[in-house]
Design a protein around this ligand. Structure first.
Ligand code: G3P
Ligand code: CA
Length: 256
């Protein structure tokens, strides 16, 4: 894979915009992703969920209350119901009117960017959807010629090992990232080709990065917003930094 071939210099670190440029903009909105592309992000991170009518939407939480003016559970609402909500105003009046983002629209946005922009897609609570989420994701990626992994533009991430196993069965060529948060869990190819530890875990156990790399796994660390954490990641040879502040991280890397 492209990343693991690159030397671990600051310039080679890939910057992924977590939920878009979500420090400044409401997360998972078109505005947040457009800003991330303008900020020079190499790829866009998004969380995907299935609506009641089986549309893939970019929403982090199980419920809509935190990031919209509505109430309810994403998987129990239709896309039309979600589309009626304001997903921007919670971030400030200037962002009012932002709509829920269909995964397909994010995909088109990334493909239309003036330079190659990747997508890091995280399946949220895929097990509850009984495999339908992965099936729909792989089907959608297939429509755009992105399911076989040959373009190197898309990877699928999950905290759920089963979800990655299902994704790998459906699309064996797609890179998959096993996310780890509180404690180290074994990360094994083929269902996981990369590892995604959280920054708290990396701070507690910096040797983890070298151990994962020794197994041939490239390492994506989230969510890295503080300059000292960016520095730590570079020093440890992390391949990819996932951040809410792509512009700041990009500038810090370029100033080294
Ligand atoms: O990039 C992985 C990271 O997004 C996982 O945590 O809660 O922000 O989805 P969360
Ligand atoms: Ca996520």
């Amino acid at each position: 894979n492209r990343q693991s071939m690159l030397p671990a210099t600051a310039r080679a670190v890939r910057v992924v915009a977590h939920r878009g440029a979500s420090h400044e903009h409401p997360e998972h909105t078109l505005a947040a992703y457009r800003q991330a592309i303008a900020d020079g992000a190499d790829a866009l991170e998004c969380d995907v969920r299935l609506t009641a009518d089986h549309k893939l939407v970019c929403v982090h939480d199980r419920r809509v209350e935190r990031t919209s003016d509505g109430r309810g559970v994403v998987s129990e609402m239709t896309y039309a119901e979600l589309s009626a909500l304001d997903f921007g105003a919670w971030k400030g009046a200037g962002h009012a009117g932002a709509r829920v983002l269909l995964f397909e629209d994010l995909l088109r946005e990334a493909l239309a960017a003036p330079r190659p922009v990747g997508l890091a897609v995280e399946t949220k609570h895929p097990t509850r959807a009984g495999g339908r989420l992965e099936a729909e994701l792989v089907r959608m990626l297939g429509e755009y010629g992105l399911a076989d992994g040959s373009t190197g533009r898309v990877e699928v991430m999950s905290f759920s090992r089963n979800a990655l196993v299902r994704t790998h069965r459906l699309a064996p060529g797609l890179p998959t990232v096993f996310l780890i948060e509180h404690r180290v869990r074994p990360v094994r190819p083929p269902y996981a080709t990369h590892a995604g530890p959280g920054i708290d875990l990396v701070r507690r156990d910096p040797g983890l990065v070298a151990r994962l790399k020794a197994k041939g796994l490239s390492v994506r660390v989230w969510t890295v917003d503080e300059p000292q954490d960016v520095e730590l990641c570079v020093r440890l040879g992390v391949d990819t930094i996932i951040t809410n502040r792509p512009k700041q991280v990009r500038e810090q890397l370029e100033a080294r």
